[in-house]
Write a protein that binds this ligand. Sequence first.
Ligand code: FRU
Length: 457
Amino acid sequence: ETYKEDYRPQYHFTPEKNWMNDPNGLVYYDGEYHLFYQHNPKGNEWGYMHWGHAISTDLVHWENYPIALYPDNNSEDKVECTAYSGSAIVDEKNLLGKQQGDTKTLVAFYTSQHCGQRIAYSTDKGRNWEKYENNPIIAVDEKDDARDPKVIWHEPSQKWVMALYRKSTDSDNSKGVSFYTSDNLVNWEWKSHIHGFYECPDLVKFKVENRPDETVWVLFDGDGSYLLGNFDGEAFTPISGKMKSDWGKNYYATQTWSNIPASDGRTIQIAWMRGGEYPDMPFNGQMTFPSELSVRHFPSGYKLIRKPIREIETIQKKILEIEDKNVIPGINDNKVKKASGDCLRIVGEFDLKTSDNFGFMVRNSVKKPGTEILYNVKRGTLSVMGITIPLLPVDNKIQLDILLDRASIEVFANDGQTVISNCFTPDLKSNGLVLFTNGGELGIDKLDIYEIKSVWD
Ligand code: FRU
């Protein structure tokens, strides 16, 4: 049965069938979150890129819609003029002049591979899409390999700004992001270029969480890394080096939703979990669970914080609650034995006490040990699936928020300071959950385990 398959994620977005990569055109309008995505309707591998489309009213349950964007030359070519990644905005002021009645036009900016940056628009809340008649809006320049336009509104300068991946500018030859500005969404003027960036840029302004008078801009790169800085509407001036927003193996081509109402005020991001394996599945690819981003100030400087969006609470059901208990070494003291399952959220705060290391085994069985999430107290590191990263306790405590789905594990540590997003292929017969400590006693200050309901029911 579709959406019930063994390796089908139950609360992470997947296409009904065939290939998916980057999230595209994330925009909120009139109660609906749009998610477009790089899609090959012809098969389970990359190629023939179209924009697939799904709509949600809560960022959790998605309804599939027909393909929104098709390649531009009606050919059967795998690459030429196919619809590569991009973004979308709401044309509040009807700059494009396409508005029908009171419904604002949605405008998508996308790369037509080797055929320039282009516009498509919808006058019926994203249901039907037309290509703009004077495409491309930025002509192709064969040597620059430009792609992935992300368009945002820059309030202080009252201009639209486009961040575009490009190999070169007139003055230098480096891979990076070029910034363009526009008054009308159609004519774009090149302003500046910053080196050292790859694909799928995104540009977001944040109020600092714990210093409300300060703002900082974040320039995201396709590989999940980011740079902190200032943006004056034309150029980005870094105040940090490149930092990682995710340490996992499968976090790529991030994008944030545009036009989230001010009354909500959140910055919500989603990424393609590049590289997963889904044996014998009708689809290939999944998105991360949407996360809320913020910037927090630490003694060492600003840092991006990322947590699962609170809407997850609407699909979770508590199955185990532990408070103020100690765990001792040995398999006989598995306090979470009753909480087995393939779709879980595990939220806990642990007092390191005398433990040398502690962790969870998910999708575990006696015959086949599951996947381990390990905190090494002595080394001060967190490890998941071969990835080991530094993580320091706060007041001798480690906080973990783990999202387990049928083909992914996302670990948010210490209140969103460190995230590891990984795909995995579990043993289908193993559903056990183990909490262990080695070397000494571990304290559970608080531990809540939830079963996550399928969003496809
Ligand atoms: C990133 C990317 C983008 C491009 C798209 C093509 O994964 O390579 O740069 O627009 O995928 O599918």
